[in-house]
Design a protein around this ligand. Structure first.
Ligand code: PMV
Length: 346
C-alpha cells in the first residue's frame, strides 16, 4: 500500500562501472558464472542513486522510480521484477516502501554497459537498508556484491576496488556468489588508466543475457571454461609480479576470445566495427614501435578500452589525440582510471 509520508529515511549511493580483464561469459543457476573473472573498478563512470524508504510498510512498494530525472517504464519494471525476485532471500522486503532516483555520470548513449554501476548502487542501497534493521550474515561488501550480482553478474565486481575477482577458481578459492577485492597487486598497477574510445554510441545489438545464453549450446563451451580458468590464475600472477607483458597478452586474448565466442555462436554476432579493428591495429603498432605498455580490451560492443599504467599516461594520451581520436564517433573518448568502489552518503 502506498504510504509516502512514512518515507523519512534518505541516502545516496555512488557506484562505479568496471571493466573485465578476464571476462565473465556464460552463466548457470541463479546468475552464477561459468568461469571466474577479474576486473578493474573505474573511478569516473558512475551511477548515483538516491533512496528514500520506510521499513514499516504493510507490503512491498516500489513507489517512484526516476531515471535521469524522468519516469521510465522499462527501468521501473526491471527494478520491480528484480526486487520481487529477491523475496525468498530477503523477507524484510515485504515491509519496504521505496523510492529510487538514478543518474549516470557518463552519457547513456556512450554505449558503456551501465548495468554494473546501476546494480552496484541498488545492491549497496538494499544492503544499507538491511544493515539498519538487522545483523547481516556476511560483511557489508559481500552482501552488497551478492545482491548486485542478482541484478547483473558483472555488478558484483563494482562494490570494491581497484581490482576485484569473482568466481571460484581451480583451487576452490573464491566464491561464485559474491566478488572480492584482490589484495596482492604490484605497485606498478596503482593508478592504472582506462581510456574508453567510443567507436559507436548506439545501443548494443546483443543484450548480455542473450550473450550469456549463447554459451549454453556453444561448441567451444568446455574449452572456453578451461581457457578462462587458466587466464584467471595467470593474470593474477602477472598483476602480482608486475609483469606487464604477460598481463597485456592475457588481457587482449580475453577480449578477442569474447568476440570470437560471439562470432562462432549460433546465431552468430559481429559487434566489432571497422574502426574498432583499425584502433586495435594502431595500438599494436604503437606498442611495438614505442615499447609503451599500452594494451586493449573490449566489452560486448564495438568500443575499445585502452589499459595503461599511470607512468605512461602522457605518451598514451598524446597518441590518442594524434592517431586514435579520428576513429572515434565524433572524436569522443572518456578518460578514466582505477577506483575504489561504492560510497554511501547519508
Ligand atoms: O553483467 P552482465 O550480465 O551484463 O555481463 C557482462 C559480461 C561482460 O561485460 C561482457 C564481461 C564482464 O565480465 O564484465
Amino acid at each position: 500500500m502506498k504510504n509516502p509520508e512514512l518515507k523519512t529515511n534518505k541516502f545516496r549511493v555512488s557506484a562505479p562501472s568496471n571493466i573485465a580483464f578476464v571476462k565473465y561469459w556464460g552463466k548457470e543457476g541463479r546468475q552464477l558464472p561459468l568461469n571466474p573473472s577479474v576486473s578493474m573498478t573505474l573511478s569516473h563512470c558512475k551511477t548515483m542513486t538516491s533512496f528514500e524508504y520506510s521499513t514499516k510498510a504493510a507490503a512491498f512498494n516500489l513507489d517512484q522510480t526516476l531515471f535521469e530525472g524522468k519516469f521510465e517504464k522499462a527501468f521501473h519494471t526491471r527494478l520491480h521484477k528484480y526486487f520481487l525476485s529477491l523475496y525468498d532471500l530477503c523477507p524484510e522486503l515485504s515491509q519496504l516502501d521505496l523510492s529510487i532516483a538514478s543518474e549516470n555520470t557518463f552519457p547513456h548513449s556512450a554505449g558503456i554497459a551501465s548495468s554494473a554501476s546501476a546494480y552496484g548502487a541498488i545492491g549497496t542501497g538494499l544492503t544499507h537498508i538491511l544493515n539498519k534493521i538487522k545483523i547481516l550474515d556476511h560483511s557489508f561488501e559481500q552482501t552488497a556484491s551478492f545482491f548486485a550480482r542478482l541484478g547483473s553478474g558483472s555488478a558484483s565486481r563494482s562494490i570494491e576496488g581497484p581490482f576485484v575477482r569473482w568466481g571460484r577458481d581451480q583451487s576452490n578459492y573464491g566464491s561464485n556468489e559474491f566478488a572480492q577485492k584482490v589484495e596482492d597487486i604490484h605497485a606498478s598497477f596503482e593508478g592504472m588508466q582506462d581510456c574508453i574510445l567510443l567507436v559507436d554510441t548506439n545501443e548494443k545489438s546483443v543484450s548480455s543475457s542473450l550473450g550469456h545464453s549463447l554459451m549454453n549450446e556453444h561448441f567451444y563451451r568446455s574449452g572456453r571454461i578451461a581457457q578462462a580458468h587458466c587466464n584467471f590464475l595467470e593474470i593474477l600472477n602477472a598483476m602480482k609480479s608486475g609483469d606487464f607483458l604477460k598481463f597485456g597478452a592475457i588481457l587482449e586474448s580475453e577480449a578477442l576470445s569474447l568476440h570470437g565466442l560471439m562470432m562462432s555462436s549460433n546465431p552468430s554476432y559481429m559487434l566489432l566495427k571497422a574502426n574498432s579493428v583499425k584502433i586495435i591495429e594502431e595500438v599494436i603498432r604503437f606498442r611495438n614501435e614505442s615499447s609503451v605498455p599500452l594494451y586493449f580490451t573490449i566489452d560486448a560492443g564495438p568500443n575499445i578500452h585502452l589499459i595503461y599504467p599511470n607512468s605512461s599516461k602522457q605518451k598514451v594520451e598524446e597518441f590518442i589525440e594524434s592517431e586514435l581520436k579520428t576513429f572515434c564517433y565524433n572524436g569522443q573518448y572518456i578518460l578514466d582510471q582505477a577506483g575504489s568502489g561504492v560510497t554511501v552518503h547519508e
